[in-house]
Design a protein around this ligand. Structure first.
Ligand code: TYD
Length: 212
């Protein structure tokens, strides 16, 4: 039985997902919720191994459908091993990227089509859709400039895509968000960090009230 609350965080490169998740974890814990934070692709050993194949900068010859299937495979394993047990234990799960990343990156930016990506992901995730998705929207020029300024962060195969790819990613997210207004909340991630955090907390205030 499902009792927890499943939140996914989405956005293009440099949108600030990682620090937003850290903020949200602390805030939810202060409100008395048990929280599991995780990320895709990865989060557990088998999925981290798939991640290293997908994101290896030397794998430039990877076919788009291979890429889509590997993301779906990593998603399945991570869901079964980590997300479902945490939800069944009544936890709030905060996941950095989920199925919307595949819809946008593989379905739209790589041009495989939304329907094909929905289909393989239906097989991978069955009924386990997020209760809420926070989409952090920022222009790719701003996001990529943030990444390039942050020397600590590893560059991966997708960061090396041309700017046009990142523009398609943003348009893709806006399209997918407009198709699912009941689940996806768009946050303006170009604002100063404290305002972004405040907007995120506001959308969870009523959904996850304090338990203490
Ligand atoms: P990561 O280093 O985790 O990037 P970020 O910090 O931006 O989340 O690398 C994940 C990359 O994989 C990112 O470029 C988005 C891409 N991706 C897909 O193309 N499809 C997917 O289904 C997922 C989960 C990620």
């Amino acid at each position: 039985m499902r009792q927890g609350y499943f939140i996914t965080i989405e956005g293009g490169e440099g949108a600030g997902k990682t620090s937003a998740i850290a903020m949200l974890r602390d805030w939810l814990e202060q409100r008395g919720h048990a929280v599991t934070t995780t990320r895709e692709p990865g989060g557990i050993r088998i999925a981290e191994e798939i991640r290293s194949i997908i994101l290896d900068t030397s794998n430039t010859g990877m076919d788009s459908r291979t890429e889509a299937l590997l993301y779906a495979a990593a998603r399945r394993q991570h869901l079964v091993e980590k997300v479902i047990p945490a939800l069944e234990a009544g936890q709030v799960v905060l996941c950095d990227r989920f199925v919307d990343s595949s819809l946008v990156y593989q379905g739209i930016a790589r041009g495989l089509g939304l329907e094909a990506i929905r289909e393989i992901n239906r097989f991978a995730i069955e009924r386990w859709m997020p209760d809420l998705t926070i989409y952090m929207d920022v222009a790719p020029e701003i996001g990529l400039a943030r990444i390039r300024a942050d020397r600590e962060r590893e560059m991966n195969r997708l960061d090396l895509e041309p700017d046009d790819f990142h523009r398609k990613v943003r348009e893709g997210y806006r399209r997918v968000a407009s198709q699912h207004p009941e689940r996806i909340v768009t946050i303006d991630a170009s604002l100063p960090q404290e305002q972004v955090y405040e907007a995120i907390r506001r959308c969870l205030n009523h959904k996850l009230p304090p338990r203490v």
